[in-house]
Write a protein that binds this ligand. Structure first.
Ligand SMILES: O=P(O)(O)O[C@H]1O[C@H](CO)[C@@H](O)[C@H]1O
Ligand SMILES: O=c1cc[nH]c(=O)[nH]1
Length: 234
């Protein structure tokens, strides 16, 4: 058991899906995994291990924001030997061409988070996705008829950000905003494992459109399938 996860060594698979919402973890376990076993309920941050197409896969809620995913990813990697970490999250679009329901693969991450500013003492580190995970997810998305956007996303510490703050990121072609990827990619680089953030656009900060709960269900399901079909290849 680690500080925040009540699993024994060996209870968690080497490949894991990481939704922010623990109930999304439960949904994935109940709808996609065979024989899912819940290994964590500490703080309600549910984690499950089961099999998908014959391969052992885990899914773990991470909570919202950099400090929260920082805790879970650090413990998963260092105390449970997790090697392939795939975030399955929602994001807000920063660009007109990135529409609600679209899939975004975070090739790189920009941030206003202090996590990297502290670690790199004010210098800039460029957190990037694992290329093999990225390419595999892109191919898997295409197989089910999706055309994912691939590029820079923004990890923000502030959900209710002033509107003007996004302009500089939009001007530099940042595709969308979410709240965790920078910590995930930075720890993956530090500890020599693979990470990728796969995101579904739940709302647009350009058009102010937002997904209905029905559309949210369908498009999130496609993201989950892309992530699972990617995870089983590692
Ligand atoms: O849908 P999840 O994975 O939680 O991701 C996004 O949604 C939350 C904000 O509503 C933040 O965690 C953000 O990153
Ligand atoms: O972090 C997030 C996630 C979804 N939509 C947003 O606007 N921000």
């Amino acid at each position: 058991m680690s500080v925040h996860i009540a699993a024994k060594k060996g209870d968690i698979a080497e490949s894991i899906l990481l939704p922010g919402d623990p109930l999304r973890a439960k949904f994935i376990a109940e709808n996609y995994l065979e024989n899912p076993v819940c290994y964590n309920e500490v703080r309600g941050m549910l984690g499950f291990t089961g099999t998908y197409k014959g391969k052992r896969i885990s899914v773990q809620g991470t909570g919202m924001g950099v400090p929260s995913i920082g805790i879970y990813s650090h413990e998963l990697i260092n105390e449970y030997g997790v090697k392939n970490l795939i975030r399955v999250g929602s994001c807000g679009s920063y660009q007109k061409a990135v529409n609600v329901k679209d899939l975004v693969l975070a090739q790189a991450v920009s941030t206003n988070s202090n996590f990297n500013h502290r670690t790199f003492e004010g210098h800039t580190f460029a957190p990037v996705a694992d290329f093999d995970l990225l390419k595999t997810a892109y191919d898997e998305a295409q197989k089910i008829g999706l055309k994912p956007h691939v590029g820079n996303v923004f990890t923000s510490d502030i959900f209710y950000e002033d509107e003007g703050a996004m302009k500089k990121w939009q001007d530099h072609n940042v595709l969308a905003v979410e709240m965790e990827a920078t910590a995930l990619y930075t720890y993956a680089a530090k500890f020599g494992v693979r990470a990728l953030a796969i995101l579904t656009v739940s709302d647009s900060l350009v058009t102010h459109e937002a997904l209905s709960s029905e559309d949210r269900q369908t498009s999130f399901t496609q993201m989950m399938e892309v992530a699972l079909n990617t995870a089983i290849q590692f």
